[in-house]
Design a protein around this ligand. Structure first.
Ligand SMILES: [Zn+2]
Length: 84
């Protein structure tokens, strides 16, 4: 993933990244403009759900966005009835 250099506006390429938690990743970037040479770190965080996962992790809470609809209990009951 590329990022824009905050100093000169050139593309800054991602050199390394690591997961800090299930929802948070830190990445290190290097500006592609050799005369700038800025290297910097960013944090990327999962902040809301747009469409729910079919394999939700019970240990992870991600709030729903305004347009996303969490599955309601009636839908889950219907799925359970048809599954078996
Ligand atoms: Zn730069």
């Amino acid at each position: 993933m590329a990022f824009t250099c905050p100093h000169c506006g050139a593309i800054a390429n991602t050199r390394t990244s690591r997961m800090m938690s299930a929802k948070l990743r830190e990445a290190r970037h290097q500006c592609s403009d050799l005369e700038c040479g800025h290297t910097f770190a960013t944090l990327t965080e999962v902040v809301r759900t747009l469409s729910p996962s079919a394999k939700p992790n019970p240990l992870v809470f991600i709030p729903y966005g305004k347009k996303a609809q969490p599955p309601d209990d009636r839908q889950l009951d219907l799925l359970a009835d048809t599954a078996g």
